[in-house]
Design a protein around this ligand. Structure first.
Ligand code: HEC
Ligand code: HEC
Ligand code: HEC
Ligand code: HEC
Ligand code: HEC
Ligand code: HEC
Length: 420
């Protein structure tokens, strides 16, 4: 095996370069958001007919860049595929009734507001989407002027393109390296054939890569040591961050109470038992009396039922609380309030607690670290609709920023909000 490339092996380089490029192109084409966004027409005629349809039929409830009665439609073609959008516009209730998860949660998020059905052809809907995309890509002048600078329209590079850019950079570097190695080898060959070289020069030309010398080089060893220490240090820091993280914790409870049976199979509302969630800081655990609302009637159904249900009776008879084992537990230094999140923030239980209605034994679904709280506060829009409390704030916010208001913007990252 020749380590130093020669001219004869050049066709292999060309092959690999071609392969690399076709790989990159394939990557770009198969990226779904990329290709779908490209399928949306940009023809001015289609866009203007889309604009008419939008103004007459959708503008009552939708804006392109802000939530109104329905959600802001910008980037909807990235969130959903065209087939879904068409089905939703033609008959949103049908999509919701089919159990489509996204549609159902959107419907709930918008307080079960029914969107009108439209008897449009696919092309008509496509033209509306084309208009929406055109408005997203070229926001109207007024909006740009309103914020004075015109700068805030810049959204930064979306994360999904960062990967592609990164791959592109690495590829360029690899290609450069290959070309350099080729040039060196050609020069070496050429000089090696010249007979009249000084002996000093010949030594340089015939220099070979010397692994041993490299390994004895102090600077090189220092660099390797630095890289290894850096990785080790990062590993230790990561481990430290995980101390006290109890994600997945699922203790066995004194009574085999199953959320899968109660909240899943029998669809009992979370609030029926955890009455505190909407009113206070704590989501309380129900007292045995609440169990008895039902279990005085439906006790002795099954085998496990008898023994397990007896325990509820004995708790009531002995006037002792059931000693449920606490699953979620923030340290005392942190303040968390359920009603703030569930009622005001309209965050669903399952966002933080996962699919409780499928769990026989409750487990801690999220990390409950500070980073977890902060991450959500950075990325979640405040639900300001129908909330007079926020009206003034929203007006102020919209003056300086065209992005929807995030929890971060109302002080969700201030230490004192979460720490006593
Ligand atoms: C009566 C008010 C109303 C009208 C009119 C209306 N919508 Fe909607 N739209 C909504 C609401 C509310 C939602 C949120 C889902 C729900 O509650 O059903 C929504 C959701 C959507 C979604 C999903 C958005 C997302 O974020 O994924 C699309 C797409 C959409 N509408 C398109 C249209 C188009 C196109 C028109 C006009 C042809 C239109 N809507 C007219 C109220 C309306
Ligand atoms: C029939 C009453 C009942 C219903 C309905 C119910 N729960 Fe519970 N929940 C309990 C009881 C009892 C416990 C304590 C025992 C346990 O952890 O399983 C509990 C515990 C929990 C815990 C863990 C508390 C801790 O110790 O940290 C969470 C989270 C929870 N429930 C969320 C939910 C959600 C979300 C729903 C709705 C999807 C729901 N519950 C519906 C009775 C109920
Ligand atoms: C809204 C009515 C309702 C409430 C409130 C309720 N349950 Fe149940 N529970 C049911 C139903 C329905 C079943 C299923 C009965 C069956 O399978 O025969 C059940 C089943 C059970 C079972 C399992 C029985 C078996 O068959 O294995 C246990 C244990 C249980 N419940 C405990 C509790 C506890 C503890 C509470 C209070 C925290 C509670 N339940 C509150 C309706 C309720
Ligand atoms: C899934 C998203 C999410 C997670 C996770 C989350 N929050 Fe929040 N939080 C919100 C939203 C949304 C609001 C805004 C509620 C409103 O409109 O006032 C909020 C508001 C708050 C506020 C009030 C901020 C203010 O300025 O009024 C506090 C305090 C808070 N959260 C603490 C926490 C803590 C502590 C944690 C972690 C244990 C946490 N949150 C995790 C979504 C989240
Ligand atoms: C924004 C995230 C978030 C949402 C949304 C949320 N929870 Fe919690 N939940 C938590 C955190 C964090 C704890 C731990 C609180 C603590 O230890 O002080 C917790 C604890 C609990 C507990 C244990 C008792 C307590 O208050 O410490 C129950 C029960 C519970 N949640 C039920 C629910 C139910 C039911 C809902 C939906 C109505 C819900 N949660 C929505 C984050 C959330
Ligand atoms: C959105 C809520 C939130 C905000 C804002 C927040 N924290 Fe925290 N912080 C928490 C929670 C929750 C914990 C407990 C997490 C855990 O035990 O992993 C915590 C833990 C800590 C701890 C203890 C770490 C440990 O390992 O015990 C320190 C120190 C801390 N926070 C400092 C700060 C400072 C300083 C700020 C302001 C720059 C801040 N926090 C802002 C929620 C928050």
């Amino acid at each position: 095996m020749k380590l130093i490339p020669t001219l004869e092996s050049r066709p292999n380089y060309i092959q690999s370069i071609v392969a690399l490029f076709s790989f990159l192109i394939a990557l770009a084409i198969t990226s779904p958001a990329w290709s779908q966004a490209n399928d949306i027409p940009t023809d001015p005629d289609i866009i203007s007919s889309g604009e008419n349809l939008f103004r007459q039929n959708c503008a009552a409830c939708h804006r392109v860049d802000q939530n109104l009665i329905g959600p802001a439609l910008q980037n909807v073609y990235d969130r959903r595929d065209m087939a879904w959008i068409m089905a939703f516009v033609k008959n949103s209730q049908k999509v919701i009734a089919s159990g489509d998860e996204y549609a159902v949660s959107l419907y709930d998020e918008y307080n079960k507001t029914v969107m009108t059905s439209f008897d449009f052809t696919d092309d008509e809907i496509l033209s509306i989407v084309a208009y929406v995309k055109d408005q997203t890509d070229n926001p109207p002048q007024a909006a740009v002027a309103a914020d004075g600078t015109g700068q805030t329209q810049e959204q930064g590079v979306p994360a999904k393109y960062l990967n592609i850019i990164f791959i592109g950079l690495v590829t360029t570097l690899v290609l450069l390296l290959i070309v350099l190695v080729m040039i060196v080898s050609v020069l070496q060959k050429y000089l090696g054939q010249k007979a009249d070289l000084e002996s000093d020069d010949r030594e340089i030309v015939e220099q070979r890569f010397d692994l041993m010398a490299l390994l004895q080089n102090k600077a090189f060893l220092g660099m390797i040591a630095f890289v290894i220490t850096a990785f080790a240090f990062k590993g230790i820091i990561d481990q430290l961050y995980n101390i006290g993280v109890q994600q997945g914790y699922a203790p066995k409870q004194p009574i085999a109470f199953s959320h899968k049976v109660h909240a899943g199979q029998f669809e009992i509302d979370c609030n029926y038992c955890h009455t505190g969630v909407t009113k206070s800081k704590n989501a309380n655990i129900p007292s045995p009396n609440i169990c008895m609302n039902c279990h005085s009637g439906i006790t002795k159904g099954t085998n496990t039922g008898t023994t397990e249900i007896e325990k509820i009776y004995s708790a009531i008879d002995n006037n002792k609380p059931i000693e449920w084992i606490r699953v979620h537990n923030l340290p005392d230094l942190a303040y968390f309030n359920h009603s703030q999140h569930v009622v005001v923030g309209k965050v669903e239980c399952k966002t933080c607690h996962g699919p409780i209605e499928e769990m026989d034994v409750v487990e801690q679904y999220s990390k409950l670290t500070m980073g977890w709280c902060i991450e959500c506060h950075r990325t979640t829009d405040v639900k300001t609709r129908d909330n007079a409390y926020y009206d003034e704030l929203v007006k102020l916010h919209d003056k300086v920023n065209s992005e929807p208001m995030k929890v971060e913007d109302i002080g969700g990252l201030e230490c004192a909000k979460c720490h006593y």
